[in-house]
Ligand binder design. Sequence first.
Ligand code: FVH
Length: 290
Amino acid sequence: MANISILGLGAMGQALATRFLQQGHRLTVWNRTPDKAVPLLAKGAREVKSAKDAIAASDVTVMCVLDYAASAAVIDQAASALPGRTLVNLTNGTPAQARAMAERVTGLGAAYLDGGIMATPPMIGGEHALILYSGSKAAFDAHADALKDLGAANYLGTDAGLASLHDLALLSGMYGLFAGFFHASALVDSEGIPAGAFFKLLGPWMTAMMGELPGYAEKIDSGRHDKDVVSNLGMQAASLDNILTATREQGVATDLLDPMLDLFRKRDSAGFGHEDISGIFELIRRKSGK
Ligand code: FVH
């Protein structure tokens, strides 16, 4: 069993702490507002008065606070305890924030692992919990057994920004899916059809359309949007135009889908209407040299 410290006892920090205790680890906890540690003390955690004391208490410290401004504030208070320790920062942030934190923490003499939690607090320790890691490989290898108690642990590479990049990309896919769901539900709601009833049609349809994505991925990777085209972009631009016209006629807002039609039209006007809709990727990707 490992000695582990946790900094931050919000909803996620509580879930991480509870899981570590259930798995028999010796846990030291610290939170800016001390009363949040109370439920964990009864489960066997030891509370300390400062982030510095928490880092000093264990080889590895897991930090999970609101954002990187909060992370930086915690490190400001605890910098002198960092030499020789390992910090695993599971706070959500951007790749640039993760890289800057890695530089700062390693500069202070600690090993740094960044992480992206792909789970809600109740999912921690369950079969669907996934946590992405990047940064120090040696730190990941040394603490992988304990980290795997929280959920599947996927190490992505030594660049500390990679976990955040993958985390945010996965969440982007989720929000795109949610956007389609919310728009479709608003459209049927305009005629009094409940979202729950409509989902009996929408769910299987969305699942079937997921099957298109590996083919789009192939076209994106090869740059060949003209290959094996079944439903061309020009046709789909007209269809999306119909959807948005009907949306307005039904008195529903078009905000969620307007940007997609703009991209379809732009690509169509540039002469790619005969190609697949995966071609809009070329309009949004990072241009070389940037
Ligand atoms: N909850 C979720 O569903 C998601 C799942 C995926 C990962 N996220 C990220 O996890 C980070 C923490 O989220 P959380 O759910 O624990 O958030 P809260 O319950 O709001 O707790 C916030 C904790 O942060 C502490 N804190 C805030 N500012 C500071 C600061 N300046 N210095 C020190 N600590 C700070 C706060 O302390 P207190 O308010 O209790 O004193 C809480 O411990 C987050 O990055 C999610 O994106 C969760």
